[in-house]
Each structure stands twice: as structure tokens, then as C-alpha cells.
Design a protein around this ligand. Structure first.
Ligand code: 5AD
Length: 506
């Protein structure tokens, strides 16, 4: 339901990258990992594939070529189990023909439903929660030797494990996802995440910084730090929080340490912060760190204090607006996007109008809008889901209309300007095919920019100076003027391109 240029890529470059490493003497486990949902799931799928490759597996393209199909699922909004049933259903005849095919379900639906899934959805052999991914190869081997269907969904609360990424030089993604924490200690009444991902556990800052280093050394240009409430980060090894404010975390210290220790990183982003932890020290980090993108995705959920209270968001509308203002003032041109739920239990027309008015007041350049859907195990189940479906649809349409006009006005203003674009890969319409010489990238404010023409594919991984010539509905179209900073020596660069390394951020 993205209405405007999303701050989150819905298809990550990694999703289509080739996998390799197969030699004849490795254990030949042919696998497919199918990913649904957020960046956290894209990240988890990448780590899952690394775990499987390390155990001698290799990725294939089609289920009929696979020994193992993993569905990495999301349960935040959709009727997740229905969707899973239909996806697994598509493999039913293959499974009948080849009963040795192992079908595994991972991610939030796996955690949420556990063993019950094995009873309810025929053909599933393995259910594996987000914290049990390292056990995947052993569990698959057991399945292949005839073990009964198994569910493993234990949280690693006392000794949290974080899978370390091992990017291969030259094959690292342009934008690397680096996890900083898992779980969530908020209790937003609509949200299933505390149940499916468990309590907050932080990765040591040292490991986060080292992983950023490894990605950048392997060729990545941008890093997206991931966490359910990424700005609640804590690590006793970092300097103490900058104030006694209870909402103050050590996340700004983590940002500063990355900027200091990995000066060749071109861009640093993070998602998703909770507005509660967007405190003065975070605004200072944005003012001082050149490497930080000039865009923040700051979920507001509603503009009505009454609804925010019932959602247990722990901020008021006025507090959110004040923080948003301080963030946008911290760095010239910084833009905000957001998430909004319409039709939360008890939401009146007046409450909803408050939401429309906060969208205009803050001036979000893009947003994700969702109709409230009751999720299992959430506190809001105690409230009556009393906003009728047609009313939810109508509110969502009105929200999108406002968002669309704000987004369009923002993009229109950029026509004729010069921007710096990090080219991420083939344009989405080309489905990963670079031979059509159509590429897309992002500005440091996350606007999606398309470019085409001979040599365009050689720009992947480079920061290119462009002139914006047209605004599309959700993106921009531009022509390169020159490139700044190549990630690898390019043989086929456009003749106009002159490359230089970015000056280290200070
Ligand atoms: N119903 C609708 N939207 C939801 N989200 C989370 N839970 C629900 C729910 N029960 C939305 C929120 C969140 C985004 C990831 O998904 O807006 O920020």
C-alpha cells in the first residue's frame, strides 16, 4: 500500500543476486528462500541463505529444482496464515510427486503459530522462529532422513545470537542491511511484534561497526541499520547516554562511532526509530554527521491524542510535532516519511481529521497507510474493532489523496535541480535485468530516481551527479552530469563521468 516514494525498497537488490559456491564435493542442498514483509525479513533471509550456503547448499530459481523451500513470513498486518496457505498450496502437487521436498516456514508467522501450523497447514515439514535460524541445516538434514515434522521457536533471551553477515568482495549489495537489535519492549496495542520477535536484545556496538566495515570493504556504499525500535539502542561499552532523560538511548553514539570508524561509508540510514527516543542527542547527530541521510522514516500512526493513547504510543501529537520539527531543522532539507493506521478501534471522524491535519502540518513527503487489522496476542484485541470496513477504506483513500498531493508537490519542486544519486541496480520494471540499460537509485533523501541510456548499467554502485528532468508519480527521472566516487574501477563508464572518492565524514 505504498502511495509515494517509499523509504523502504520493497525488492532489495540482494533478493535477486546470484548465489554461488557450489562445487562437486559439497553437500548439494538445493534451496529457495521466499521472503515476505519488512527489511528485517529481507535481512533474515540473507542470513538464512548464508547459513544454508555455509552448510554446502546452493540457491536455485524454481521449486521443482529445490530440495528445500523456505517461506520467510510476516504477520504484522496481512491475513498472514491465509497467504501462507495459498503459497504452500501452490507447491501441493510438487510435494505429492516428491515427498522428500522439505517445506519450511520461518519468520513471524512461524513464531506466532508454532506447532499449530504443522497441524493446520498440510505439507509443512519445518517451522522455525527468527532466533532458531542457525539450526536450519541440521533440522533440514533430519527431515531428509525421515524425521517427523518439527517446530523450533525458542527466543534466545539469555544469550542472544546475531548472525554475522559475510559479504563477498565484489558481490556485496550496494545498500547493505545491518541489524543492531532484535525484539521490541514497546507495547503498542495494535502490534504483534513483541510476541513474534520477543524482548529487546541489542547487538554489541563493536559487532555492528565491524559488520559495516566488512560491507564497505566488500563494496557496499550505503548501510541501513535495522531494528524494531532502532533508536532505543544500548551498549555498556559505549559512552553513557548524553542526558538523564529516560528516553535517551545510546543510538546517537553508535551513529557517531560508525561515522568515525568507517569514513569511506557514503551514506548511513536507519529504520525504524520510535519517536519517543528521537531526543536532542539524535538531532545533534543529524546536524553534525555528514554521512547521515537527510531523510528519516518516523512512524506517527495517528494524529489524535485520544487514539495515540489507546494505541499506547507514549507520545502526544504535540510532542511528535515538536520532535519532527527539531529533526527537520537539524539538517537543511531533511525530509520525513511515516506510517499511519486508519480505523483503529474507536477512531471517530474527528480523530481521523486530526490524522489528516498532522500529515499536512508535518509535511510528510511519503507515507505508508494501513487499515487497522486485529492481530493475535495484541492488547487492542480487547477493544472492539468497531470502524466499519467501508469507513476504513474511505479514510485510507482520503489519507492517500492528501499524501499524494504532498508527495507530488515535493517531487515537482525537484525538477530542474541537481542531485546526487546512489545507483542501486536495474529499474524495478526491468526485474533485475541490467542489459536494458535502465537503472534506479536514490538521493540522500530517499527519492527514487530513474536513469537510462548506454552505459547506465556501469553506474551501479556509484554516486552520480544528476539533473532531474521529470517527476513521475512516485519517482524522478534524471540525466547524469558526472559521477562522484566509484565503488569499483568501471570499464564502461559514460565518457562524461569523472570519478573521485568522497571525502571522509568528520
Ligand atoms: N493493523 C494495521 N497496521 C499495522 N501495523 C502494525 N500493526 C498493525 C495492525 N494491527 C503497521 C504500523 C507499523 C507498520 C510496520 O505496520 O503502521 O508502523
Amino acid at each position: 500500500m505504498t502511495v509515494l516514494p517509499a523509504s523502504r525498497p520493497s525488492v532489495h537488490p540482494l533478493a535477486s543476486r546470484p548465489s554461488g559456491g557450489y562445487t562437486e564435493d559439497t553437500l548439494a542442498l538445493r534451496f529457495i528462500v521466499r521472503t515476505f514483509g519488512c527489511q528485517m525479513n529481507v535481512h533474515d533471509s540473507d542470513r538464512m541463505q548464508e547459513v544454508l550456503r555455509a552448510a554446502g547448499g546452493f540457491a536455485v530459481d524454481r521449486p521443482d529444482e529445490a530440495d528445500l523451500v523456505v517461506f520467510n513470513t510476516c504477520s504484522v498486518r496481512e491475513k498472514a496464515e491465509q497467504k501462507l496457505r495459498s503459497e504452500v498450496g501452490k507447491l501441493a502437487s510438487l510435494k505429492r510427486a516428491r515427498p522428500d521436498l522439505v517445506i519450511a516456514v520461518a519468520g513471524c508467522v512461524a513464531q506466532q503459530e508454532g506447532e499449530k501450523l504443522l497441524e493446520r497447514v498440510p505439507h509443512i515439514d519445518l517451522v522455525i522462529g527468527p532466533d532458531n535460524v542457525t539450526e536450519l541445516p541440521a533440522l533440514v538434514t533430519e527431515q531428509m532422513s525421515g524425521a517427523p515434522p518439527t517446530a523450533r521457536t525458542e527466543f534466545d533471551v539469555s544469550a542472544p545470537r546475531f548472525l554475522t553477515a559475510s559479504p563477498e568482495p565484489g558481490r556485496a549489495p550496494v545498500v547493505a542491511f545491518v541489524t543492531t537489535m532484535k525484539g521490541c519492549d514497546e507495547r503498542c496495542s495494535f502490534c504483534v511484534v513483541p510476541y513474534t520477535r520477543g524482548p529487546e536484545r541489542y547487538r554489541p556496538a563493536r559487532d555492528v561497526i565491524d559488520e559495516v566495515h566488512r560491507f564497505v570493504d566488500a563494496g557496499s556504499r550505503e548501510v541501513l541499520l535495522l531494528g524494531q525500535t532502532v533508536d532505543s539502542f544500548r551498549d555498556p561499552e559505549l559512552p553513557p547516554p548524553e542526558s538523564d532523560d529516560a528516553d535517551e538511548s545510546q543510538f546517537p553514539h553508535l551513529l557517531r562511532a560508525i561515522a568515525r570508524e568507517v569514513p569511506s561509508l557514503a551514506r548511513l540510514r536507519y529504520t525504524s526509530p520510535h519517536p519517543r527516543h528521537a531526543t536532542a542527542s539524535l538531532f545533534r547527530a543529524h546536524a553534525e554527521l555528514d554521512v547521515l541521510a537527510r531523510h528519516v522514516h518516523l512512524p506517527v500512526q495517528s494524529g489524535s491524542d485520544r487514539v495515540l493513547r489507546r494505541m499506547i504510543r507514549r507520545y502526544t501529537r504535540a510532542e511528535y510535532v515538536a520532535r519532527a520539527e527539531r529533526l527537520t531543522r537539524a539538517r537543511a532539507g531533511l525530509t520525513l516519511s511515516t506510517d499511519i493506521i486508519v480505523g483503529f478501534p474507536g477512531e471517530t471522524e474527528e480523530d481521523f481529521e486530526q490524522t489528516l491535519s498532522i500529515v499536512r502540518e508535518v509535511g510528510f513527503v511519503s507515507l505508508f497507510g494501513f487499515k487497522y487489522s486485529p492481530r493475535p496476542h495484541t492488547p487492542a484485541l480487547r477493544l472492539k474493532d468497531d470502524v466499519a470496513e467501508p469507513v476504513k477504506s474511505e479514510r485510507l483513500a482520503r489519507l492517500f489523496e492528501v499524501a499524494q498531493s504532498l508527495g507530488a508537490a515535493h517531487l515537482a519542486k525537484l525538477v530542474g535541480t541537481r542531485q546526487e544519486v546512489l545507483v542501486e541496480g536495474a529499474s524495478k520494471s526491468e526485474k533485475g535485468d541490467l542489459s536494458r540499460e535502465r537503472v534506479q537509485g536514490r538521493t540522500d533523501r530517499s527519492e527514487i530516481v530513474h536513469m537510462e541510456g548506454p552505459g547506465a548499467s556501469s553506474l551501479v554502485g556509484e554516486i552520480v551527479q544528476v539533473e532531474v528532468v521529470r517527476a513521475n508519480k512516485h519517482s524522478l527521472y534524471a540525466v547524469p552530469t558526472r559521477a562522484r566516487g566509484a565503488r569499483s574501477p568501471s570499464k564502461r563508464g559514460l565518457p562524461l563521468l569523472e570519478t573521485a572518492r568522497r571525502a571522509p565524514a568528520t
